[in-house]
Design a protein around this ligand. Structure first.
Ligand SMILES: Nc1ncnc2c1ncn2[C@@H]1O[C@H](COP(=O)(O)OP(=O)(O)OP(=O)(O)O)[C@@H](O)[C@H]1O
Ligand SMILES: [Mg+2]
Length: 153
């Protein structure tokens, strides 16, 4: 069995990892997956203007920092799984640059990677109290095909 866990920087994603850690057989293969919004070279060309050049450089450096933070976060998530007895060889980390949109990139990975289930938190980093579901979890649930979704609260 193969499970994809969608990770953002929220406590909800950590709860999702903890849930999986306690729920699955240690033989299960787990992929920790994060979609990183980036400034693509195409967008950079579109935005290019001498007045923006400095700002674009600053933005890129912020993105680089973000990537390091996500790597640290992924390390923490791995530790949660290994502490629960899941061997490291069964854990894979994927940090992908955003291609279409966060939800659609998660769906593409889930459907294309022949996972048995995709795990998402009910909400994420924004966690607006007025919404029952975040927009990413909402879109994944609405549009995914041929893959079970675990919505962790
Ligand atoms: N960039 C991401 N990469 C991977 N998974 C993500 C990402 N963003 C969100 N998720 C997954 O989706 C779940 C729900 O997050 P979502 O972003 O939908 O909620 P939110 O941040 O509260 O609301 P919104 O982003 O719509 O304002 C998270 O717990 C996580 O599992
Ligand atoms: Mg969010």
């Amino acid at each position: 069995m193969k499970i994809l866990i969608s990770i953002d920087e929220s406590e909800y994603a950590k709860k999702a990892v903890n849930y999986v850690a306690n729920a699955v057989n240690p033989n299960v293969k787990i992929t920790l997956f994060n979609v990183m919004p980036i400034i693509s070279s195409q967008l950079e060309r579109q935005l290019y203007h001498p007045l923006f050049a400095q700002k674009i450089e600053e933005l890129k450096s912020v993105m680089g920092e973000r990537k390091k933070e996500v790597q640290v976060l992924m390390g923490e998530c791995c530790s949660i799984l290994t502490s629960a007895g899941i061997p490291e060889k069964n854990i894979e980390v994927k940090i992908r640059e955003k291609e279409i949109g966060i939800a659609r990139d998660i769906i593409a990975e889930a459907e294309g990677g022949s996972y048995d289930a995709v795990v998402i938190g009910r909400r994420g980093l924004s966690a607006a109290a007025s919404f029952v579901l975040g927009s990413v979890s909402n879109k994944v649930i609405q549009h995914i095909k041929n893959c079970t979704v675990w919505l962790v609260d």
